[in-house]
Design a protein. Structure first.
Length: 279
């Protein structure tokens, strides 16, 4: 099953989804014009195609004249390209430099890479490394399955933390007050009929994950997708990421995932933890 199309993020406040974000925007240090620039960039990124000025204003939630000034500035600086015939804008290759730097300087990703590659070879299934950002998890490393998959995401993809195995693996090993604050701040909408969205139910889920040391997600993020994840912790025991294995339900049953995939997953997480203690 293909991943559902992401909805345009029309403001920094909408993306953060937290009361703290509102406070930050009211701070004298907050630069509203800079935030609008990123609203335009995020709208283009979400559209994933060339977009004209009028439509871009609609997607970003900004007025047309403001978007015109922003796109002109970004084009002059080289971060946007504009088709000479259609006048539509798209992100330029210069944006790739930022993504490369993010990945190249991620020490957790660097230490985890050989272990995830080995786990992918051993299981033949999709193996991911995810990190928590706000109320979302972001894919920072991905080794695809040798077989057909139900969900095909990529490095840089983001999903809600509350309804994903990786997100729960991280949240369950955080300070409980901080984890609860992130759950409260999240826009907890059901992604499938199996998604747990109520705070009481999510807190019970995190207690189970903390006790057993790994998280299981049975079609809560995507129908047809089974996922398990184990946290990665630093020298002080703080969760910094999660290792995840995702498989399709047509080929795997939950009992098989627990017996065949969880043991190598946990062993891999323990091996990476040993290396992270040296960072």
């Amino acid at each position: 099953m293909a991943a559902p199309a992401a909805k345009p993020r029309t403001s920094t406040r909408t993306r953060q989804g937290a009361a703290g974000a509102v406070v930050e925007q009211e701070s004298p240090l907050f630069i509203a014009s800079l935030a609008k620039c990123f609203q335009v960039l995020e709208a283009l990124n979400t559209a994933a195609r060339p977009v004209g000025l009028t439509e871009l204003a609609q997607l970003s939630g900004l007025d047309r004249s403001g978007v015109q000034r922003i796109t002109h500035t970004l084009r002059v600086l080289g971060y946007l390209r504009q088709d000479p015939a259609t006048k539509a804008f798209r992100l330029s290759g210069r944006m790739l430099e930022f993504g490369h730097t993010v990945l190249a300087t991620d020490r957790v990703r660097e230490r985890a890479q050989p272990h995830l590659e080995a786990l992918n070879r051993r299981t033949g299934e999709t193996v991911n490394l995810m990190e928590l950002e706000g109320e979302e998890i972001v894919y920072v490393l991905r080794y695809p399955s040798l077989h057909a998959v139900s969900v095909d995401l990529h490095v840089g993809s983001r999903l809600p933390a509350y309804c994903t195995a990786a997100g729960r693996a991280i949240l369950a090993h955080m300070d409980s007050a901080e984890a609860l604050a992130r759950l409260k701040a999240a826009r907890r909408t059901a992604m499938t009929r199996f998604t747990v969205t109520d705070l009481a139910g999510l807190r019970r889920e995190l207690e189970v994950v903390h006790a057993q040391g790994f998280a299981v997600n049975d079609q809560e993020a995507f129908l047809g997708d089974l996922s398990v994840a184990a946290p990665l912790r630093d020298l002080h025991g703080r969760p910094v990421a999660a290792v995840n294995i995702a498989v399709p339900t047509p080929r795997w049953k939950l009992e098989e995932v627990l017996s065949k995939l969880v043991p190598p997953l946990v062993r891999t997480a323990v091996a990476i933890d040993r290396e992270l203690r040296g960072l």
